[in-house]
Design a protein around this ligand. Structure first.
Ligand code: HEC
Length: 419
């Protein structure tokens, strides 16, 4: 036996011995179980949507249900597809963030690798109590689509608009809105706007009397902040304190529903709960729009980029942001550069998904002084390898309202600062 080998083996023996001591000193790692680690993760982050009567296609409310989908769960959480929340950490703090941390994602992986042990069922936490009915409590006013709309069973998604008369008593202001679809299988998302009676009637008549179809852009003025948009799993929340909305005179509420046929005839009759306050708002909320109308993407271009910037002429308090692209959208990033040279990340989405676009309300409104430069960067993927590309082979895509057109847009919701 040569000398070197002896050194090696004795070194290995030494290591093994040392490791034995360390291992003996450490408690054996306890396996990840449903009862201890997995149920708390799922119940807190998934079950709000994954339960009977909600939007997700299957329930995650018991050990058996979670086990049945375990592989799929480990996969979608690792890829950050679920829970659906596209805004990246470190680029703005938002209300209602839905995100798993790396430890939780890792525990889901370990659990699946270990064969999904249940553990001690007695320590499984109880399911959280989810509000059935109105999440913000009984609304002051409940309005409904005048009649149920019958959606054809087959065909393409559509944008259909419904007009609902709303009478807000004098001296009352709109604080929050809770949208409730009648049939979650077919309502993909909803945009809420106001439209003058005359215009609304004209559009209804043109559409055959009961509703009318529209492109992606809903007619009228979007309700401010998060009041103007509903997406599956959305948690309704009020406007910033002291800032309610004054209902415009002689105007109706318009619901623009993005509907997708389910394969069988379906009916939809949504309702909207309105929460009112008598506190006169301190001022008006404003929306600032950044939009590029020159989008023109060559067929096959996998990285088409758009940059746009603007400089604030007056100070504002920012409370919400709504980035918008269509199916080819890939990334969006917005940064504010303040007059003192410091910069503030506003939002970043690295993996845009048209179906999971969201309104993002900041955890705390923050001030941007006059002279702040806002820079937005969007990118698009019009290659054949983008699974969301509606055209195979890809076609040239230009700016427009249809889902098959593109848009580089951004709404920034602000409170103008009083001088
Ligand atoms: C905001 C609501 C919402 C939340 C929260 C949510 N899901 Fe989902 N989930 C959905 C909807 C809607 C679908 C079906 C549409 C889709 O696949 O995009 C879905 C689909 C899935 C799928 C199937 C995906 C596929 O590709 O077929 C899995 C697996 C899943 N969710 C797991 C989870 C897990 C695990 C969590 C929590 C960590 C979670 N979801 C949180 C709404 C939600």
């Amino acid at each position: 036996m040569n000398k070197q080998w002896m050194v090696c083996t004795s070194f290995a023996a030494l290591c093994a011995a040392a490791w034995g001591i360390v291992a003996a000193a450490l408690p054996a790692p306890s396996p990840v179980t449903f009862a201890r680690q997995i149920a708390p993760i799922i119940y807190a982050n998934c079950t709000a949507c994954h339960r009977e009567g909600e939007t997700a296609p299957f329930s995650l409310t018991t050990y058996a249900e979670v086990k049945k989908h375990a592989r799929h769960i480990a996969d979608v959480t690792t890829r950050h597809v679920m829970p659906p929340w596209r805004a990246e950490k470190g680029h703005g703090d938002f209300l209602g963030e839905r995100r798993l941390d790396e430890t939780q994602i890792d525990q889901l992986q370990q659990w699946v690798k270990a064969g999904c042990p249940e553990g001690d069922a007695a320590v499984t936490p109880a399911l959280p109590k989810f509000a059935s009915g109105w999440q913000l409590g009984e609304p002051d006013l409940i309005v409904k689509m005048p009649e149920a709309y019958e959606l054809i069973s087959e065909g393409r998604d559509m944008y259909q608009c419904f007009v609902i008369p709303v009478k807000i008593p004098a001296g009352k202001y709109l604080e929050s809105v809770e949208f409730r679809p009648g049939n979650r299988r077919i309502v993909h998302h909803a945009v809420l706007t106001t439209l003058k009676h005359g215009m609304a009637n004209w559009m209804l008549t043109a559409g055959g009397g009961k509703s009318f179809s529209s492109g992606l852009v809903a007619p009228g003025d979007r309700l401010p902040g998060s009041l103007g948009l509903w997406t599956p799993g959305y948690e309704p929340r009020p406007l910033p304190p002291g800032y309610a909305m004054e209902w415009p005179t002689e105007s109706d509420l318009v619901l623009q529903l993005h509907l997708h046929p389910s394969g069988k005839p379906e009916f939809e009759q949504s309702s909207v709960g309105l929460h009112l306050t008598s506190e006169k708002p301190h001022g008006k909320l404003k929306s600032m729009v950044m939009l590029d109308k020159n989008v023109d993407i060559k067929a096959g271009d996998g990285n088409y980029e758009v940059d746009k910037s603007m400089t604030l002429k007056a100070p504002v308090d920012v409370y919400g942001i709504f980035p918008h692209m269509h199916l080819l959208g890939h990334t969006v990033k917005v940064t504010a550069t303040l007059p003192d040279g410091s910069s503030r990340p506003m939002i970043a989405i690295g993996d845009w998904d048209f179906n999971w676009q969201n309104y993002y309300q900041y955890a705390m409104p923050f001030r941007l002084p006059a002279g702040t430069r806002l820079e937005a960067h969007w990118s698009f993927d019009n290659s054949a390898s983008n699974p969301a590309n509606p055209s195979q082979p890809p076609r040239r895509v230009t700016f427009g309202e249809q889902t098959t057109n593109e848009m580089a847009a951004l709404i920034l919701d602000v409170i103008p600062v009083e001088k």
